[in-house]
Structure formats: C-alpha cells, structure tokens
Design a protein around this ligand. Structure first.
Ligand SMILES: [Zn+2]
Length: 500
C-alpha cells in the first residue's frame, strides 16, 4: 500500500512545496492549514494535485490516517498539535530523501538576477524544455527554502534564482542542497550592507556560490573585479567562462578589492568595467565572450563567442541588459546545449520582467516608468540608462534602503546626479531631502519636497499606495516629459497611475 503523508501548513511556501513534491513522487498526500480556503495564499498551487485538504481546524482523522506527518519548522515540539503526531517527517528528510533528478542551474548576483532567470526560463520554454516552477503567486523565488524545494518538483531542468538577504551560510546551503551543477554570477556590488558590516563581508556571502560550485562550471561577468577577485582568492578549480561589454567607460569610481586595497574602476555599469589593482595585480581578463558595437537606441549588439560572431537583437533597454542577455546566451548554450540561432530568436522576443524599466502609463503626453531598483548600484545603473536613452527626467524615490541611512543617502545622491527633479515619496528619502535642503537651500529648485510622512517601513517596502500616488502627482507638476519611479513600492503600487 502506498504510504500516506500529512503535511501541516500547506498555505505556507515550504508546506505547499513539500506536499506537491511528495504527491509528484507517487505518495498519497493530505494537507492542512489553519487558514480558511479563501485566506490560503497558495491554494491555487495545489489545484490538480489530488491532495486531500483540510482548512481551518485539523480533524483527528488527519493524524490517524497519516503514516507520516510533516510539521512546519515553526511548530513547537511542546504544542498540542505536535503531540498528536506519531511519525514525524521533517523538511530535512524531504531534502535528503528526494534528490533533484534533473540538471540544475543557479543564477546569483546583486542586480539582474531576476531578469536573467526569467529570460533563461523563457528560452527553455521556447525550446520545449520544461523548467520546474514553484508556482507560488507573488513569491520571490529566492526566499528561504524555495529554490531547494523547487528543484525537487517535476521538470526537465531547474533554473534557480539564488538570492541572499545577507545571512552567512544561506547561499552555500542553497547551492549544495539544490545540487546546482553550474551557475551564472551577474555582478557583486554593495547591497544589504547594514546587516553585515562591510562590502567584503557581503561579497563573501555571495562567494559561497563560488565555493559551492568548486570543480564545476561557472559563467561570470569578467569586468567585475569583485567576482574575479573572489575566484582567485578561493582558488576556484572548475571551468570559468567570462563575459564583458566593449564600451568606452564614462566614470571612474572606487571599489574595494578582495585584497583590501582600493581599485579605481573605469566603469561601464556600476561596479563593473576596466580595473587594475596596484596592490595585488588583479586586472580585467581577456573575456571569452565580448559584446561589441552596442547600439542602445536600436537595441542590438554583436557578440563574439570564442568561435564566431553573433548578431543579437533585444526588446529590452540598457547597457546593464547587454550584460544580462550575454550571460544568459552563454548559459543557454552551455547548460541547455541549445544552438545559438534558437537562443537568439528567444532573446529577441523577450520583453522584460514586470517592474524592471516598465512603462506603466502615459498621462498628457508624459511617460511614467517604474523600476524595482532599491540599492545604490541598482539605482545608478537604471537612472544612467534612462539618462542615456531619454535625457531629462524626474525621479520619484519610493525606496527605504536595506542598508539604512547610508543606503538612503547614496540613493538620494544618485537620483540628484542623474535627474532634473527629485521627488522623495518614501519617508526615508524625505528625511534625506530635509537634510539636504537645510545644508543647501538652493536645491529647492530641484527637490520637490514639503514634509516628512510618518510611513513606517515594512521590510523593503518604503512607501504606501497614497505616497506613491502623491509622489507621481507632484512629478507630473514638473515640466519633465518622463517620470521614473524607483523602488519596491513604485512597482507594487503602480496601478495608482489609474487614479491620477
Ligand atoms: Zn587587489
């Protein structure tokens, strides 16, 4: 007789994924959750699975019928519910007993990983390769155990976004437990630093991705000194494929080298470009794949592979996306063994990820874009692209930086640098605006500010629906033809443009 599992907490990400893994592997599965069916966030992910569900109160028969019960990690062993369980089967048992039975590819980096993951999956689908999907509505794929469990669901391949909220150990755990066999790193620039102390501490969390792939294959942005420095420091012994973009650098900015010295990076995008460390000798390598003749207005470039020249056409904007697309083309070719012509067809029809340089409205001939950018490097990269493509614009800041005050200040300064007008819409940016105006009253011509709101930030969400709407309304009162709203709140509440 087939064994029957009872999973508690199927309205949470872990419980939901575990129930589906067990069912797909041929077991009988029952699920339960304290939520009602209407409140169950991920109820639809269970559609079509033939899992017996008990919402609200869990009946005693659930415990009687189950050969094994999977409790949520948060359930106390002293609780009444836990005491009803005869055979406990835990998250770790799922991870150990059910291995991913397919090739697994991981994507990490500070910025660009969602775009890269989405594009690589699109290329897979276009070529009848089915990636496993977590199907958890509005859930970021890199949180908690999602990538680890996702790789155990049905599919021909697993393409996983590996994030970090800056906690040491999390990336290594994901790489090892997801059985990632090759991966892509887009860039490593300052983010989440508040939690960790320094840029190098953060970089070393990202470096766990490299450590986890030792002896395997890794595709990296060769123009990022942090990535190349870490590969050297960790004595990475697998296969390295590097890529870069041939572009005249525009600024020189400092970046800490892994050796502790400071490098002057001739930047192409934030944190990446041409570099030479006078202390340890780290320098931009001759990359294996180089994008040349980049034509941003017509969204095309030439990509020189080790063997041929490809003509790449995109439907997305920006130099940072030339890096993203290049990394993904290599990944699709190396990991999924697809021919370049098939890959380029898919790239051409990729219109981007929602909330990334996304046009959300046109009001009285003025265009409104939103972008998820929420750290200084991300903000710089995106605003720089808008500047190159469109010239003048007004930036609405809805960010509350994860790096706290320093992050908020750096983001505000980037906005001032690139935009004609700045509208602070998050309480964090309004506090910075207030300070800036006290220091330099003449900035009142540029900063559109009246008072500091009392919004209390919630995780990375820096502003409310009303504040985003108010910020956009103020921006529409300027004479800019283009408005760019940055931050999670701007993308989350983008529908507010309908109410303006
Ligand atoms: Zn160095």
């Amino acid at each position: 007789m087939t064994e029957r599992f009872g999973v508690i907490g199927v309205c949470g990400a872990n419980g939901n994924l575990i129930a589906r893994i067990l069912k797909e592997r041929g077991y009988e599965v029952m699920g339960t959750d304290l939520s009602s069916e209407d409140e169950c966030r991920f109820a639809h992910s269970l559609d079509g699975y033939d899992i017996e569900l008990y919402y609200g109160e869990t009946p005693d028969e659930f415990f009687k019928k189950a050969d094994y019960v999977v409790p949520p990690a948060s359930l106390s062993k002293d609780s009444a519910v836990f005491k009803k369980i005869n055979n406990v089967y835990e998250l770790d048992d799922v991870i150990n007993d059910f291995r991913p039975d397919k090739p697994v590819f991981g994507i990490t980096g500070t910025n660009g990983k969602t775009t890269c993951t989405t594009l690589l999956k699109k290329i897979a689908y276009d070529n009848a390769i089915r990636p496993c999907e977590h199907n958890l509505e509005k859930m970021q794929g890199n949180a908690e155990y999602i990538p680890i469990l996702q790789s155990r669901l049905n599919g021909d391949v697993a393409i996983l976004e590996v994030g970090t909220f800056g906690v040491p150990g999390t990336v290594k755990r994901t790489v090892v437990n997801s059985c990632i066999e090759s991966g892509l790193i887009t860039n490593i620039t300052p983010d989440h630093i508040g939690d960790l102390g320094s840029f190098m501490d953060y970089a070393h969390v990202k470096a766990e991705f490299i450590e986890g792939l030792k002896g395997k294959k890794i595709i990296v942005n060769g123009q990022d000194p942090t990535i190349i420095g870490l590969l050297k420091e960790l004595e990475f012994n697998g296969e390295i494929i590097t890529f870069g973009v041939d572009w005249t650098f525009e600024k020189v900015n400092p970046k800490e080298c892994v050796c502790g010295s400071e490098i002057s990076v001739k930047e192409i995008i934030s944190g990446s470009g041409y570099y030479f460390c006078k202390n340890c000798g780290l320098t931009t390598p001759q990359v294996d794949y180089i994008a040349t003749n980049v034509d941003l207005a017509n969204r095309k470039f030439d990509l020189h592979t080790p063997n041929e020249k490809l003509e790449v056409e995109m439907s997305i904007d920006g130099l940072h996306n030339v890096y993203n697309v290049t990394g993904v083309i290599i990944a699709a070719h190396e990991f999924m063994k697809l021919p370049f012509d098939k890959i380029l067809e898919s790239v051409k029809s990729f219109t981007g990820v929602e909330g990334r340089m996304e046009k959300v409205a046109e009001i009285n001939g003025r265009e409104i874009y939103v972008d998820y950018a929420h750290n200084p490097a991300g903000v710089q990269t995106v605003l720089d692209q808008f500047k190159k493509l469109y010239g003048d614009f007004t930036t609405v800041i809805t960010v509350s930086s994860e790096s706290g005050y320093d992050g908020d200040l750096a983001i505000f300064e980037k906005a001032l640098e690139f935009s004609r007008y700045v509208v602070p819409a998050s309480a964090a940016s309004q506090r910075i605006a207030q300070e800036k105006l006290l220091e330099e009253p003449s900035l009142s011509e540029k900063i559109i500010f009246d008072s500091v709101d009392d919004f209390v930030k919630n995780g990375t969400l820096g502003a409310s629906y009303d504040e985003v709407k108010e910020g956009l309304t103020k921006a529409l009162n300027t004479d800019s033809k283009l408005i760019v709203a940055i931050g999670e709140a701007a993308t989350k509440f983008k529908s507010c443009v309908d109410a303006i």
